[in-house]
Design a protein around this ligand. Structure first.
Ligand code: GTP
Ligand code: MG
Length: 696
């Protein structure tokens, strides 16, 4: 395998809404360029990219896959990413290291929330976008409609360079706007084509578009604009040199029509990428931090290697693969690099180029290239590896916060350690997967980007770490408090053989404002109780408030005043006052109109306008309070407050209410008293659990 100079490398992420044909597009690219003899299929589970069992079973992409091929002397590093937002971390990693994004839109379904998301992230990373309208061989497609929608969404800069002539079943002809040619593709999936000059109306359309294209390009650059005014047009040569820059500046967003399933339109798209697509040279320097966290630049031309790890993945029989992009310098086999995040030196063994599960080794890679290594000791997604004298860290991907949670219920005891190892390993691979062990509720809660995400993670945990568990609804951390005053005079007396126990504690309780916790005071006067027992009483009170009284939840927001009591010269001791404090507190608490509080979350829901009615209706059935509405970019944003208890799997509900187009974020807001009937239910459940010995 030859090595490629930076300018001959095309790194791009194929992104877009679920099932728009990204994987088939990458498959078609491999077939066009001869890296594959025959086009695989999603239905048969034979694509190069979706090679994992979990992907074949579900017929969707779950991992970002790295593919490479050569076209017109350029090396294409293709990262095919999953469209389901559950796996957005994969797309984010790919966009983070790509030099441009190929945004695939399904010709029948049009733009989806997935399109908007990846567009937003590509824009954040400052990389140019190109659009592919795919599946034009389907019946009832509407190329012009989707093109119009794309222009409405992303501006008139969206410009068609390849237009389907005969969309629908049998689609094989595309108008090449730049060359004013009709391209006819062979129907055998090879991507081979023949070309002929456009005629009639198509010729007129291409001529008109060509004129518009020249104007767009001229407008993107002052020097070209001057020439354009002087000459009345641009030469073909000037247009072509201007084209690359116009795409870089996104003065022009090229759009291509394809049918990836039959490999139509893909070869010319690859031509465009090879000739005009971004290369690492378009981003000569990237921002980083030095060892003292001062901003520095990493330059493509620097000699010392700097690598960013954008994905790690454990492969059976192969070990852990780390996917990287080189931002400067070259990387060689058997060299040592320093992981500046983990502060360890890593030995680079073999360097691989991948086509899905197929791997070839190379001796070295040049700046800008993408590859993979195996068996690094302590290197994870998001880490930077450096060579030579450099110690820098590249900015990490900022992942969206989780939108769904589930608790693990182990099927057999004693597997806690295995689970802990598994959870940590899976989090290192996929940082949108989070977990925490809740010591208050005694459960392990996992969180992610959607139900499917959690299911896939659960499956991986079970198969890789050989543990068995169910995913259940996480417990809600209710709280207990009081609404009125209460008091008790509790006497603890125990006479067992020799030394007895005696303590009498008098206390008063009163409510305090929300979030003020528990305040313990003493206002003892006289000598009825030795002050040495005050901490004992406090201990007892605190123990009771941790354990809960009504339903086993932590007690909050009240004041306890220990104001009098009695003691015995011999039998009064620490333990006696602790017990009296605890029991007295329980007695007073139950008199003080106790109640349960529930956590209320602030949610922000982004939905298409036409789903408003359904979403609002559903929110009120969840005891949600709407705080306000806003609209942006054709979406409605609903702000509401909803009890945590009602938010279990809300992201799944929202997706089904909105055809997958709705999203939400949630944040804890406050505790609030809960409705009577619900409170009674929770108290009853807790009693039952206590009797059965399964209380949290
Ligand atoms: N007719 C037709 N079907 C297509 C085309 N492209 C993809 N498909 C089919 O559409 C389905 C989804 O295709 P994929 O390539 O898996 O789409 P994807 O965007 O990679 O999907 P995810 O990665 O899961 O988001 C599969 O059944 C494909 O066979 C196309 O151009 N024409
Ligand atoms: Mg896919």
């Amino acid at each position: 395998m030859k090595t490629y100079q930076s300018s001959d490398i095309r790194n791009f992420a194929i992104v877009g809404h679920a099932s728009s044909g990204k994987t088939m597009l990458s498959e078609s690219m491999l077939a066009c360029s001869g890296a594959l003899n025959r086009l695989g299929s999603i239905a048969a589970g034979t694509t190069t990219s979706d090679y994992h069992a979990e992907e074949k079973d579900r017929k969707i992409s779950i991992h970002a896959s790295l593919l490479h091929t050569e076209w017109l002397g350029k090396k294409f590093n293709i990262i095919d990413t999953p469209g389901y937002l559950d796996f957005i971390s994969e797309g984010l990693g790919a966009l983070r290291v790509g030099d441009f994004a190929l945004v695939v839109v399904h010709a029948m379904h049009g733009m989806g929330v997935g399109t908007d998301q990846v567009w937003k992230y590509a824009t954040q990373y400052g990389i140019p976008k190109m659009i592919v309208i795919n599946a034009l061989d389907k019946e009832h497609t509407d190329f012009e409609g989707v093109l119009r929608a794309a222009k409405t969404r992303f501006g008139d800069r969206v410009f068609p360079l390849a237009i389907p002539l005969n969309p629908g079943p049998g689609f094989n002809q595309v108008l090449d706007v730049m060359r004013n040619e009709v391209i006819t593709y062979e129907p055998n999936g090879s991507g081979k084509l023949s070309e002929a000059p456009a005629t009639g109306v198509w010729k007129d359309r291409a001529t008109e578009l060509h004129r518009q294209l020249i104007e767009l390009i001229a407008e993107s650059d002052d020097a070209l604009l001057e020439k354009f005014f002087a000459q009345g047009s641009l030469s073909e040569e000037e247009m072509r040199t201007g084209l690359h820059q116009a795409v870089q500046k996104q003065a022009l967003i090229p759009l291509f029509g394809t049918a990836a399933e039959t490999n139509v339109g893909v070869a010319r798209l690859m031509d465009f990428i090879a000739k005009y697509g971004s290369s690492p040279v378009d981003r000569q320097a990237v921002a980083a931090l030095d060892a003292n966290d001062n901003p520095v630049e990493v330059k493509l031309a620097d000699a010392d290697p700097v690598l960013y790890i954008f994905k790690t993945m454990s492969e059976a029989a192969f070990g852990e693969l780390s996917f990287f992009r080189l931002y400067s310098g070259a990387v060689r086999m058997s060299s040592d690099l320093f992981n500046s995040d983990r502060k360890v030196t890593e030995r680079i063994g073999q360097i691989y180029l991948l086509n899905g599960k197929n791997r070839v080794t190379v001796e070295s890679l040049n700046a800008g290239d993408i590859g993979a290594v195996v068996k690094l000791k302590d290197t994870h997604t998001g880490n930077t590896l450096c060579g030579g004298r450099k110690t820098v860290t590249l900015p990490k991907v900022q992942y969206p916060r989780p939108n769904i949670h589930a608790a693990l219920r182990l099927k057999s005891k004693g597997e806690e350690d295995k689970i802990a190892v598994g959870l940590a390993a899976l989090h290192e691979e996929d940082q949108t997967f989070l977990y925490h062990v809740d010591s208050e509720l005694h459960q392990t809660v996992i969180s992610g980007q959607g139900e499917l995400h959690l299911q896939v993670i659960a499956q991986r945990l079970k198969s890789r770490f050989k543990v068995d568990f169910d995913l259940i609804e996480p417990k809600v951390p209710f709280r207990e408090t009081i609404k009125g005053r209460g008091e008790s005079k509790y006497r603890h007396k125990k006479q067992t053989g020799g030394a007895g126990q005696f303590a009498e504690v008098w206390m008063r309780l009163e409510p305090k404002e929300r979030d003020s916790g528990i305040e313990f005071t003493q206002s003892l006067t006289g000598q009825n109780v030795d002050r040495v027992f005050v901490p004992s009483v406090e201990k007892g009170v605190m123990a009771a408030s941790r354990e809960g009284i009504l339903a086993g939840y932590r007690i909050v927001d009240l004041k306890v005043d220990f104001y009098d009591g009695k003691m015995h010269p011999v039998d009064s001791k620490d333990i006696a006052f602790q017990i009296a404090g605890k029991e007295g507190f329980k007695e007073a608490f139950l008199q003080a109109r106790p109640c349960l509080l529930e956590p209320i979350f602030q949610v922000e829901i982004t939905i298409p306008e036409d789903c408003m009615g359904n979403v609002i209706g559903d929110l009120s059935s969840r005891r949600g309070k709407i705080l306000g509405m806003d609209s942006t970019d054709g979406f409605q944003i609903v702000k509401a407050q909803v009890p945590q208890k009602e938010l279990y799997q809300y992201s799944t509900v929202l997706r089904s209410l909105t055809g997958g187009r709705g999203m939400h974020t949630e944040d804890f807001n406050r505790y609030e008293e809960m409705p009577r009937e619900m409170e009674a239910k929770i108290i009853a459940e807790s009693k039952k659990a206590k009797e059965e010995g399964t209380q949290h």
